[in-house]
Design a protein around this ligand. Structure first.
Ligand SMILES: [Zn+2]
Ligand SMILES: [Zn+2]
Length: 333
């Protein structure tokens, strides 16, 4: 039995559970841990059954709950290396700092570290926080690997034991273009055009069922199009209505960002793909990451339906909408 449950989708948080018969993973963790668990239970999913969290990119609507959730469940988090580094940089300095202040802090901390190294003091390690103590050896591995790979000046606060804000029970790296497996789920990550360090979409495969997951992309590149061929379920961004965005409340610079080649897919761009670029194989098409300010569910649905209805072979596709504030009932294969 394969199950695909969208818990939340949109700029205030994204999270989807994908389960095979032996393995359950969370794709993106943009809800707070409390809200994530609440919604999982409502959707009939058990938080304790999760084996791993996989992150598409470091924007807050995809990572907000990852630290608390991973620590609470004691499960690994999968990132690309560049996404992990960007996420650590984002989380480490206090976010209200200006960039200049942050750079100054980096310099100061680098100088302090240097002074400490020069003094070559040999102090014992700080004591553990109780309930995470048994993960210590894992934590050490993570910290050592991170410390070895991350240039000192780039991380003012590299994770230090369990106390660090970016400490996770375990971190695993994957690369776009290099398939990997978590238990009985195979994942094929692919690069998407978006303004993040190293953003990816996925094709997930369990028990022969292929599920495509692509949100947060400025346009559908030839590679994305190729990756999304032959999927049984397609979750695809349908972020904004072009007119609503143009006439809407966002400042000009934000509108430009959303519309850019590294922004978000409009209803129209998604429809164009569904009509001309998509192979029509999926039993379910889920429109996702709808903007609350610049879109309406009925507009997204109508635009996609018109695109699909233009192709007789596609009438079997079931069109669903993922929402921000409610989970979408699990889809079973
Ligand atoms: Zn997003
Ligand atoms: Zn994003």
């Amino acid at each position: 039995m394969v199950r695909f449950t969208v818990l939340a989708s949109g700029s205030k948080g994204n999270a989807t559970v994908v389960s095979g018969s032996r393995t359950s993973i969370l794709v993106d963790c943009g809800l707070s841990c409390r809200e994530l668990f609440r919604r999982m239970k409502l959707a009939g999913e058990e938080p304790e059954a999760l084996d791993a969290i996989v992150i598409t990119h470091e924007h807050s609507d995809h990572v907000n709950g990852v630290v608390v959730t991973a620590r609470k469940l004691g499960i690994p988090v999968y990132f690309t290396e560049a996404t992990h580094r960007a996420w650590m940089r984002w989380l480490s300095p206090r976010r209200q700092m200006s960039y200049a202040q942050w750079l100054e802090l980096c310099r100061k901390q680098a100088a302090e570290r240097q002074a400490e190294a020069d003094a070559s003091t040999d102090e014992g390690e700080p004591e553990e926080a109780g309930d995470l103590a048994e993960s210590r050896s894992h934590a050490e591995e993570v910290e050592q690997s991170v410390a070895a790979e991350v240039p000192q000046e780039a991380t003012p606060e590299a994770p230090t034991r369990q106390q660090g804000p970016t400490w996770l029970p375990a971190v695993e790296y994957f690369q776009a273009g290099q398939p990997f497996a978590i238990g009985d789920i195979d994942l094929s990550p692919f690069t998407i055009p978006h303004d993040a360090a190293d953003p990816v979409g996925f094709v997930l495969k369990a028990e022969g069922v292929r599920m495509g997951y692509a949100t947060d992309l400025g346009y559908i590149s030839p590679n994305v199009k190729a990756q999304l061929r032959g999927v049984d379920l397609l979750l695809l961004e349908s972020n904004h209505d072009l007119e609503m965005l143009r006439d809407g409340p966002y400042p000009w610079a934000v509108k430009q960002r959303v519309l850019s080649r590294v922004g978000h897919l409009s209803n129209e761009a998604t429809a164009e793909f569904l009509e001309n670029g998509y192979d029509g194989q999926a039993a379910y098409v889920i429109l996702a990451h709808l903007s609350e300010n610049n879109n309406l569910p009925e507009l997204a649905r109508g635009t996609a339906e018109r695109a699909l209805s233009g192709r007789a072979s596609l009438l079997a596709n079931r069109l669903l909408l993922a929402a921000q504030h409610e989970f979408l009932s699990g889809i079973y294969f």
